[in-house]
Design a protein around this ligand. Structure first.
Ligand code: URA
Ligand code: URA
Length: 221
């Protein structure tokens, strides 16, 4: 039985190899990304599976893939699940999530209209920041989620999300407040709600960022 599977796999690889060589002979230099892009979030979730690509799988209780509207005009990207999110398997359901909920209402939207996810889908132990290799393992799934949704605006919550989406090492303070771009989609970085809970004096700036997002969401075609 085992050798059957192995033989089948080898035949498949050989088939794929000859197909790629054939395409190359026809002049194809690379496969267009669109043909490799999934069409639905369900497919992306299935591909993630019971993920063990990085060490965070060893300590998580639940994968927190993300939730919301597949046709969302606005996507929020946080850092990674915290304690409550890990227990429930849902993003932003703890204290920071309650503040995010209030922010969403304040920009006249509903939580089920937007999509909410994180840079890493598993809780880092003690809520430490995710390490670069963990982010690297998880990024392809964030990329696929964003490609399926194709939102009008992305809001990066905190430094980890901003650094990941903008491929920068700059901190949130220097990038927040203006629109940047992720694969042609405007990205507004702003303070993480957990940071706002600890530093309420920053809420005024964050509110300015959210007003700018609201305006873009309402006017984007
Ligand atoms: N903080 C995050 O970055 N993400 C969550 O889902 C919850 C808290
Ligand atoms: N550091 C972060 O990671 N996020 C913030 O919002 C502020 C400081």
């Amino acid at each position: 039985m085992k050798s059957d599977v192995r033989g089948e796999l080898l035949a498949l690889i050989e088939h794929l190899r000859s197909y790629v060589l054939y395409q190359e002979a026809l002049g194809l230099e690379a496969f267009p990304r669109s043909t490799l892009s999934p069409q639905t979030l369900t497919v992306v979730r299935e591909e993630l599976g019971d993920c063990h690509r990085c060490r965070l799988s060893g300590t998580r209780k639940n994968i927190v893939f993300g939730e919301g509207n597949q046709n969302a005009r606005l996507v929020f990207v946080g850092e990674g699940p915290g304690h409550e999110e890990d227990l429930q398997g849902r993003p932003f359901v703890g204290k920071a999530g309650q503040l995010l909920d209030r922010i969403i209402v304040a920009i006249r939207m509903k939580r089920d209209e937007v999509y909410i996810t994180n840079v890493v889908k598993c809780r880092p132990p003690n809520n430490r920041v995710p390490w670069p290799d963990e982010i690297a393992c998880c990024y392809p799934f964030l990329e696929k989620q964003l490609r399926v949704i194709r939102p009008k605006i992305i809001c990066a919550l905190g430094s980890a999300a901003a650094q990941t989406l903008l491929h920068t090492e700059a901190g949130i303070t220097s990038v927040r407040g203006t629109f940047h771009s992720w694969q042609g989609i405007p990205v507004m970085p702003t303070f993480h709600p957990a940071y706002l809970l600890r530093n309420p004096e920053k809420k005024k700036q964050a509110w300015g960022d959210m007003k700018a997002i609201q305006k873009e969401v309402e006017t984007a075609t």
